[in-house]
Write a protein that binds this ligand. Structure first.
Ligand SMILES: Cc1cc2nc3c(=O)[nH]c(=O)nc-3n(C[C@H](O)[C@H](O)[C@H](O)COP(=O)(O)OP(=O)(O)OC[C@H]3O[C@@H](n4cnc5c(N)ncnc54)[C@H](O)[C@@H]3O)c2cc1C
Length: 289
């Protein structure tokens, strides 16, 4: 196994280009380590540890966006004042991640690029309609909608590509994060719902709902969003939106952790809860642990 620690994005891109499909980007390593097989002599790997690249760190406002470097950790997000102000939904999702040891190293970029269907940060970014800055040696950098990236199953990025940052549009909205999991320190969500909206009086506008653990990728509950637009937010509306999300939007699978029908039920309940909590509080988050 070869190991590199580039200092700049360009340097990392040269390495990714040179080693092609044998190259692996290493960020926090919490997910990648399961994909490596030490001792397997047939496996040729060039590990590209990107942690020294300062351009991929940092959380700062850039015009109408909050720019979050791909190397920002869940802990950095929860501690950052600008993130708390401009991206509270992402902060709530980051707070829900694993144990403190995990939050200290798990990065936003790794969360997206691992392609896990139950990724918390990816779900929150989906609800924000965030956009991603992707660099490769072929083209310096391109902007891709997060929905487009996440709609693919892993690998999310092509060989030679590097996720540099995500950009979250800044705006006034209410938000809620609801999550059910079994063993917080060890496992990801069974299902999580990230929601944001604007309320004019009690009328819903600009509703965004993203589901984690409800399909083969994190996904938007487009049917429920369309049904909610312009409606009054009350218990009956929230219950029906939960039903629409569960029946029309969710595409849950059965695995060793939960059955598809149970996940569908969770989508319904958590969507309803997220909507109702947005009516009573501008920002809320709840998980079952
Ligand atoms: C015990 C445990 C509990 C967990 N609990 C949760 C949880 O509650 N919620 C949750 O969402 N996740 C959870 N995870 C999953 C994981 O920790 C997160 O997805 C984390 O954010 C991954 O980030 P990382 O920096 O460790 O990624 P890494 O492991 O370094 O990388 C993951 C993948 O992404 C690629 N990659 C990383 N960064 C980039 C980049 N900038 N550009 C291109 N490719 C890149 C890597 O090559 C690799 O394929 C858990 C994991 C463990 C082991």
């Amino acid at each position: 196994m070869l190991y590199f620690e580039p200092n700049f994005v360009d340097e990392a891109l040269v390495l990714l280009d040179r080693f092609g499909p044998d190259a692996r980007v290493l960020a926090g390593g919490t997910r990648l380590r399961f994909a490596l097989h030490p001792g397997d002599e047939a496996e040729k790997i060039a590990l590209v540890n990107v942690k020294r690249i300062s351009d991929m760190r940092g959380i700062q406002r850039a015009g109408a966006f909050l720019r979050v470097g791909a190397l920002a950790t869940a802990a950095a997000l929860t501690a950052d004042e600008q993130a708390r102000t401009f991206a509270p939904l992402l902060v709530r999702a980051a707070e829900s991640l694993g144990a403190v040891q995990l939050r200290n190293v798990a990065t936003v970029g790794g969360n997206i690029c691992s392609g896990d269907p139950a990724s918390d940060l990816s779900a929150a970014l989906l609800a924000y309609d965030a956009r991603c800055e992707v660099a490769s040696s072929q083209e310096q950098s391109r902007i891709v909608a997060i929905e487009q990236l996440l709609s693919k199953r892993a690998p999310i990025l092509a060989s030679g590509e590097l996720l540099v940052a995500v950009e979250i549009p800044i705006g006034e909205h209410r938000c809620a994060y609801e999550k059910v999991m079994t063993r917080r320190a060890f496992e990801m969500a069974l299902v999580a719902v990230a929601a944001r909206c604007r309320l004019e009086g009690d009328t819903l506008n600009d509703v965004h709902i993203a589901l984690a653990g409800a399909g083969e990728t994190p996904l938007r509950a487009a049917g429920a969003e369309a049904w909610l637009r312009g409606r009054r937010l009350d218990e009956a509306t929230a219950t029906e939106a939960g039903r629409v999300a569960a029946v029309h939007d969710a595409k849950p699978v059965t695995d060793h952790r939960a059955g598809a029908e149970y996940r569908r039920h969770l989508v319904s309940v958590l969507t309803q809860r997220a909507l109702l909590s947005m009516s009573s509080s501008p920002t809320s988050a709840r998980s079952n642990l």
